[in-house]
Design a protein around this ligand. Structure first.
Ligand code: URA
Length: 435
């Protein structure tokens, strides 16, 4: 079997057999297929799609690129949550300690920034010393010690997703239902959690721009989960506007800490609490969704979730003082520029994708897979949809160290804010729930 023929067949719209998919995945994983052929394969899938059987076979081959964790030794209910990617989406950093503080095992395997969206791993690595790259035995050790760990794909668990994820990011092959489905479900199934809550974003800042595509993606992931005996729920949530008020690694981390301290009850808090409630309910730690939500709120208000996060940070080599002194411990950008309202009126929308792109231009994201990132860089939104502003009033601020693209970033940010005379209708954060 030749890799060239597999690419050729998919490029021409053919349906790949299980053996062909396994051949591609196995040989890319072991280094026999170079990045340029894997990129061509991914682009062919991006353009021609895959049927359900191909998606299942791709997911299975990606799972089989490494080990599947058996968490039964911990004798705890297990749950995880994963987002399809958004701007300002620091929910993972909030839900993992909340759920773990209730005695739920959370084996969270996350990714780096993808396209214009941020990645949980990059956000956590803004904490000096934090180790997001762990091996399997370390991961299991973490779970034994703290009941939760947040790490990147390892050489033993979903290793091929690590390679493909970085390649898709650089080769503009991200917004694809089969590739997103296989990427997410392979690492979530391999990491072993029995209960899974998927946050499927929809809107301008999401990889799925319309609700129909988001529902299709959600249904495919639920169906794959079922085949692997996982209990999956999916929430279709709004990503037309960034979540919270920050886009950028250290900035988002600091905001997540404020939420875990109970100091901030914004839309990021709300979504995190709802996602966590589903994790709690599915794990059998509450009898109803209402009770589960109350438990999530309580763990934040009483400080137990914050202490769990401190424990996770320390265990993974990070400086736990970040909890008490985030401004001292996290990297700070040397420069900033204000974004001003171009006219008077109500902010009618803030285009999430533009905010994500502007944040990348400040240095917070990568263009090539080996690019370094500036953890301190990004955007802070002082005004959000529905706020009334006067012309010239500050609506946001861009933080940076390298000025190379800052003028362009400012233009993109100005374009992100739409201002109108009429007060906009309220946008629903949660659009649909699929079980
Ligand atoms: N998150 C993932 O892990 N993979 C994707 O492809 C998109 C979001």
């Amino acid at each position: 079997m030749r890799v060239y023929d597999i690419i050729y067949k998919k490029r021409n719209g053919g349906s790949l057999s299980k053996k062909e998919i396994e051949h591609m995945v196995f040989n890319y994983n072991n280094g026999a297929v170079p990045d340029y052929q894997a990129s061509a394969f991914l682009m062919a899938v991006f353009l021609k799609g895959m049927d359900d059987e191909e998606i299942f076979n791709l997911t299975e081959a990606m799972i089989n690129s490494g080990d599947v964790l058996d968490l039964s030794r911990f004798d705890l209910p297990s749950a995880d949550k994963h987002s399809t990617g958004g701007v300002g989406d620091a929910t993972s950093i909030i839900v993992a300690p909340v759920a773990a503080s209730l005695g739920i095992c959370v084996p969270m395997m996350v990714g780096r920034g993808l396209g214009h969206t941020g990645g949980t791993l990059d956000k956590l690595e803004s904490i000096p010393g934090f180790r997001g790259n762990s091996d399997k035995s370390e991961f299991l050790g973490y779970l034994e010690y703290a009941g939760a760990a947040i790490i990147g794909q390892t050489a033993e668990i979903a290793p091929v997703d690590k390679k493909m994820y970085a390649l898709r990011d650089a080769a503009a092959c991200v917004e694809s239902i089969p590739l997103i489905c296989a990427s997410i479900m392979s690492k979530k199934i391999a990491a072993g959690a029995k209960n899974l809550v998927l946050d499927v974003k929809t809107g301008s800042g999401a990889f799925m721009k319309n609700i129909g595509d988001s529902i299709e993606l959600a249904k495919k992931m639920i169906a794959i989960g079922k085949k692997f005996n996982r209990n999956v729920s999916a929430l279709i949530t709004d990503m037309n506007e960034p979540l919270g008020s920050c886009a950028g690694n250290a900035l988002e981390l600091k905001q997540a800490i404020e939420i875990l301290k109970g100091n901030l009850k914004n839309d990021l808090y709300e979504l995190s609490a709802v996602l966590c409630a589903y994790m709690i309910l599915k794990s059998g730690k509450a009898a109803t969704l209402k009770e589960a939500r109350a438990a999530a709120d309580r763990q934040i208000d009483c400080g137990k979730a914050l202490e769990k996060f401190r424990q996770i940070i320390k265990m993974q080599g990070g400086d736990p003082k970040v909890i008490d002194f985030p401004d001292k411990i996290l990297p700070q950008a040397q420069k900033s520029v204000l974004v001003k309202a171009l006219k008077t009126g109500y902010i009618s929308s803030i285009d999430a994708r533009s905010v994500g792109i502007a944040s990348m231009m400040t240095g917070a994201g990568r263009e090539k897979k080996e690019d370094p990132i500036d953890y301190s860089a990004g955007a802070v939104l002082y005004k959000k949809t529905g706020d009334y502003v006067k012309e010239g009033e500050t609506v946001a601020e861009l933080f940076y160290n390298c000025a190379a693209k800052i003028e362009e970033a400012l233009t993109v940010m100005n374009g992100a804010y739409a201002i109108s005379e009429q007060e906009p209708a309220k946008n629903e954060l949660i659009k649909e729930i699929l079980n």
